[in-house]
Design a protein around this ligand. Structure first.
Ligand SMILES: [Zn+2]
Ligand SMILES: [Zn+2]
Length: 355
């Protein structure tokens, strides 16, 4: 407990996160919520816009200048009221960073952000065939219980020794098991997937014939993180050129607070995603959140497609989808740009080529 009073308390929870608790009257709720959900830059800009209209915006409401002490606010009860009084559409909290959202709100041109309820399935998850905890059937059942229409089980490829990557015999055995689960669970669909390593020399970990055994291939870098920028960029773009590679997973390799992104020309990777029609993953693993919000925004600007995935290694981790969607939203992603918002039938067609 850092501080506590009648209307204001601050605590630090076990993992180090500080939480500030404020109590306001119902009439002040909207203004308070706005004040505490915007970044500093966003709030400064909002107050500036209010001042140009001879209004004062603070955590208690929007007031005529001079009336903030004892006058009634013009707006304060809901966020929508306050934004409307400033001539703006309501800005989703994820966008409150002063990165263009205020001008867009004034122009009534904010994006219609992707939502969790738009997600029809997950295209990156692991089972006990490699380094996951749970079985094919358990993962499929949990995915269906989440309301999904499909899940791709993308166990690791052979080169990733520590994860017990799949060799051709085990690929065949796993496929047989997936087929059996599909027969039981139809119309729910389990896709035969692979998270295929991009080797240090840029080659994929399986030959083309083996890659052809999978319906969904996501390619990833899991080794040789220290390659020079040019080689690393070439390595990843080379994988994107492959017609069987649907997506690049965790495209920058960063682990939050543990490992920096590898040195890669992300601008070139995003451009290659557009050119080769390869999706860039927004990975919902809380230690990854990769692509970042800023990179997602860039992908949106230049027309790249995304896929939001959990990278679950156990049934409860399928819920990490929420963090992928949240990160995509912070990057202004819309539903039409996220591959796994497609209904099953459309996705099956889509996966046949890189359409
Ligand atoms: Zn991975
Ligand atoms: Zn994975």
């Amino acid at each position: 407990m850092l501080a506590h009073g009648d209307t204001k308390s601050s605590v630090v929870v076990e993992r180090g996160l500080q939480i500030d608790l404020r109590v306001v009257t119902p009439g002040q709720y909207g203004a308070a919520l706005m004040y505490f959900t915007g970044s500093k830059d966003h709030n400064v800009r909002m107050r500036g816009i209010a001042l140009k209209r001879k209004l004062l915006l603070n955590e208690y409401g929007l007031f005529r200048v001079g009336e903030e002490k004892d006058g009634a606010p013009i707006a304060s009860r809901t966020e929508e009221e306050v934004f409307a009084a400033l001539g703006m559409d309501w800005i989703p909290p994820e966008l409150r960073e002063d990165r263009g959202e205020i001008d867009a709100a004034m122009a009534h041109a904010l994006p219609d952000l992707v939502e969790m309820s738009d997600v029809r399935g997950d295209l990156h998850a692991h089972t006990s065939w490699t380094d996951g905890r749970d079985s094919v059937a358990e993962m499929a059942e949990r995915a269906r219980a989440k309301g999904y229409e499909y899940v791709a089980l993308t166990d690791h490829s052979i080169g990733l020794g520590m994860t017990h990557g799949l060799d051709p015999a085990r690929i065949a055995a796993r496929t047989k098991e997936i087929d059996a689960v599909n027969r039981k669970m139809a119309p729910f669909r389990v896709f035969i997937g692979s998270e295929t390593d991009i080797r240090s020399n840029g080659k994929l970990d399986y030959d083309d014939a083996t890659l052809g055994l999978f319906e969904v291939v996501t390619a990833s870098v899991h080794s040789s993180f220290a390659q020079p920028r040019e080689a690393q960029t070439k390595r990843i773009i080379g994988a994107m050129e492959h017609p069987r590679v649907n997506a690049i997973s965790h495209p920058t390799g960063c682990l939050l607070e543990k490992r920096d992104a590898y040195d890669v020309d992300l601008e070139a990777v995003i451009a290659a995603a557009v050119r080769t029609k390869t999706r860039l993953e927004v990975n919902g693993g809380p230690e990854r959140l990769d692509l970042s919000d800023v990179a997602v925004r860039r992908a949106m600007e230049v027309g790249a497609m995304l896929v939001c995935n959990s990278d679950a290694h156990a049934i409860e981790e399928l819920d990490q989808m929420e963090y992928a969607v949240a990160t995509a939203r912070r990057g202004w992603a819309t539903k039409d740009r996220v591959q796994n918002t497609m209904p099953l039938a459309a996705l099956i067609e889509h996966l046949k080529g890189k359409g």
